[in-house]
Design a protein around this ligand. Structure first.
Ligand code: SF4
Length: 691
């Protein structure tokens, strides 16, 4: 039954990976008051501006309320029958790898689970990838290489215990504000904060030390620090001997280019600042190194992650309070997606595509056609869509026509695809204009399920409104399609609690402890307990016993080498960086509805250093054209010393539908880290000129 007006509903924020708890109190059919949940461990009652204004974004403006085939309304039966038939026919004619799903960290874990099960166990392809590929795939790949499992070995509690917090490639004050408040509180109590970021962001402004490194030189910085720790006698040889496999010649490869002066030159930072950082790190056992998109969205993102994990393993700073590498995710449920295998490169319950895992998951699901190898990662998926090899695509809760790199090509690929389905909350997005079928999805506040935040805390998201029109939860939509494709029994769920229990059972299935991710106790809990679930963190303090998820139980030091930084090109002499604004979220389909949030930044600006502005005749507030080999767009200039000379920064949020310029997605190259497949958004060759 729908909640009554005045009833307090405990749920979680719809936005970032901090995963703040919210108390939503309906005040009418589509109005609600929002406050922070004092009992939620992620935020203890606090909310940032985005969370606070969630209540302004639940109106029906722009909502998709009925299924649509082309531009005509259709019944659910007709739309689902058509979807199932077109996918079945395409698979019959061209094989299972001719179809794909592209899903989202906005989905709840139960939605993600059934989509992954349908594609990998029943259609028989692993062509399901997620916009989380754009967010943290390099962290996943780095964890797999170092720990043998994609486990974040840190929690927000570690921030409260750390004496040094190093933020790498993260404007935490804007992008994860409540985690940042916790960092500030710890710094007020005496901890030091070091920020490593090419830009002098609001976070960097408040740091004890800011290293504005040359983009893409993180490996040199971290390898230099590791060499410094070795020379300072800080490497924990006992820990390494007991718990870590160290490849031959690992230490030798650190030699050349890892001295202070060489690193300072490669990273383009003052040697005295670098020395200060190295001395601080070496002297502070309780160090948390938090990293985000500046690391992950790099063409060598996985190596950068492992340069960080190497440091923590070599100094024994892992599995202890206040000491860990900490990947923070962008989206509310990127971690839940990882747990159910929402990435094309993973299977389910933290398993990969090793033959024994394929067989195990196949047994559990009683799957007729298991995928046996990884599928297409996002950049490759849309390239294959453009090449005509993907002939039917289902996009769920995301807007790749804006958010993918080289978004112009993605639009062309969507337009040329014989059959595109978009299930979304929003009626018209830059992606859904290319859809043959649009399905109305239930939104935040209208559906039930679970999410996992950056520190492995699983929380319930709860409905406090009735879905409008004919909108339905994503798990229901996927299940209906699966049944129509012929798999009635395997997808006979009536409620998300049933999917949750199956997910929990799979996590524990034939798991003798080899995988840390397991939720066995929850598999036996009934619907009432699911409804009443309070937030809990799985995995305790990962690796506290020094045992990792590799076959021999030992972590791995991974040799990583700084790649040469490309010299500027004559035609594209500058470097383009992209990122978020404080009060907007992704492509603004939700935050764009709040007038209060729009006040922070009313339009997209290109940030440019005064020296570059003077040289190019750009004035503060003047219009400019930003051009890359992929495309161009107009931006108003913001001339700021926070930028490094030769580098530009633009926000990711604006789209064709929200502005005449600021189309950032058109600009980045469709290139990705070769290991993780995560696109390198942070360093696109570019030029800028006044208009
Ligand atoms: Fe929501 Fe993130 Fe803000 Fe918390 S910090 S209120 S999860 S946007």
């Amino acid at each position: 039954s729908p909640p009554r007006a005045g009833e307090d509903i405990r749920t979680t924020c719809a936005y970032c990976g901090v995963g703040c708890g919210i108390i939503a109190t309906p005040t009418g059919e589509r109005s609600v008051t929002i406050k922070g949940d004092p009992d939620h461990p992620a935020n203890t009652g606090k909310l940032c501006s985005k969370g606070t204004h969630l209540g302004e974004t639940i109106g029906l403006e722009g909502r998709l309320l009925t299924p649509m085939i082309g531009q005509r309304r259709a019944s659910w039966d007709k739309a689902l029958d058509l979807l199932a038939k077109r996918f079945r026919d395409t698979i019959a004619q061209h094989g299972p790898n001719s179809v794909a799903f592209y899903v989202s960290g906005q989905l709840l874990t139960e939605d993600y689970y059934v989509a992954n099960k349908l594609m990998k166990g029943f259609i028989g392809s692993a062509n399901i990838d997620t916009n989380s590929r754009l967010c943290m795939a390099s962290a996943v790949a780095g964890h797999m290489r170092a720990f043998g499992e994609d486990v974040v070995p840190a929690s927000y509690d570690d921030l409260d215990a750390a004496d040094l917090i190093v933020l790498v490639g993260s404007n935490t004050a804007w992008c994860h504000p409540i985690a940042y408040q916790r960092i500030r509180a710890r710094c007020d109590a005496g901890a030091k904060l070091v920020v490593i970021d090419p830009r002098r962001t609001e976070t960097a402004d408040e740091a004890d030390l800011h290293l504005a490194i040359r983009p893409g030189t993180d490996v040199a910085l971290m390898n230099g620090l590791l060499a410094w720790c070795r020379d300072a006698g800080v490497v924990d040889h006992d820990y390494l001997a007991a718990h870590v496999a160290t490849p031959d010649a690992f230490w030798d490869q650190l030699g050349e280019g890892s001295d202070l002066w060489s690193v300072a030159r490669i990273c383009d930072v003052p040697p005295q600042d670098l020395r200060r950082f190295y001395e601080l790190f070496a002297a502070t056992p309780k160090t948390v190194t938090m990293f985000s998109q500046g690391v992950n969205q790099s063409l060598s993102g996985t190596d950068q992650v492992n340069a960080i994990t190497n440091l923590h393993l070599a100094t024994g700073r892992i599995g202890k309070p206040g000491a860990a590498p900490f990947s923070i995710t962008g989206q509310p449920n990127a971690m839940g997606g990882r747990e159910v295998g929402g990435l094309a490169s993973s299977l389910a319950a933290h398993m990969d595509f090793a033959p024994e895992n394929v067989a195990r998951v196949g047994r559990f699901w009683a799957a007729p056609t298991m995928a046996t190898k990884p599928g297409l990662k996002a950049v490759d998926l849309f390239r294959e869509l453009g090449n005509g090899r993907i002939k039917a695509l289902w996009v769920m809760a995301t807007n790749p026509a804006v958010s993918m790199p080289d978004a112009g090509r993605v639009r062309e690929a969507l337009a040329a695809c014989p059959f595109v389905v978009v299930s979304d909350v929003i009626e018209t997005t830059d992606t859904s204009v290319h859809a043959h079928v649009r399905l109305p999805a239930a939104a935040w506040g209208e559906k039930d399920g679970t999410v996992t935040n950056s520190d492995r805390t699983i929380s319930r998201q709860r409905a406090f409104m009735v879905p409008p029109g004919e909108a339905k939860p994503d798990w229901w939509i996927v299940t209906q399609v699966a049944r129509r494709m012929g798999w009635k029994t395997a997808f006979s769920y009536d409620r998300p609690a049933e999917i949750w229990r199956e997910h929990c059972r799979l996590s524990a299935y034939e798991n003798d402890g080899a995988r840390l991710f397991t939720l066995p106790g929850h598999a036996a809990k009934g619907n009432a307990e699911y409804d009443a679930m309070t937030p809990f963190r799985w995995g305790g303090t990962p690796f506290a016993d020094g045992r990792f998820s590799t076959p021999d139980g030992r972590a791995r030091l991974v040799p990583v080498v700084q790649k040469p930084v490309a010299a500027p090109l004559a035609k594209w002499p500058m470097t383009l960086n992209t990122g978020r604004y404080r009060d907007q979220w992704h492509t603004m389909t939700r935050t764009g509805l709040s007038p209060k949030l729009a006040r922070h930044r009313e339009e997209p600006l290109v940030e440019v250093h005064p020296d570059d502005a003077e040289r190019l005749g750009i004035v503060d507030g003047g219009l400019t054209r930003v051009t890359t080999p992929q495309g161009d767009s107009l931006f108003r200039a913001s001339v700021v010393t926070a930028q490094r000379v030769g580098e530009l920064f633009v926000p990711i949020h604006w789209t064709d539908r929200t502005a005449t310029g600021g189309r950032t997605g058109l600009l980045p190259r469709p290139l990705a880290d070769p290991i993780s497949g995560q696109p390198g958004f942070k360093s696109t060759p570019v030029r800028i000129e006044p208009v």
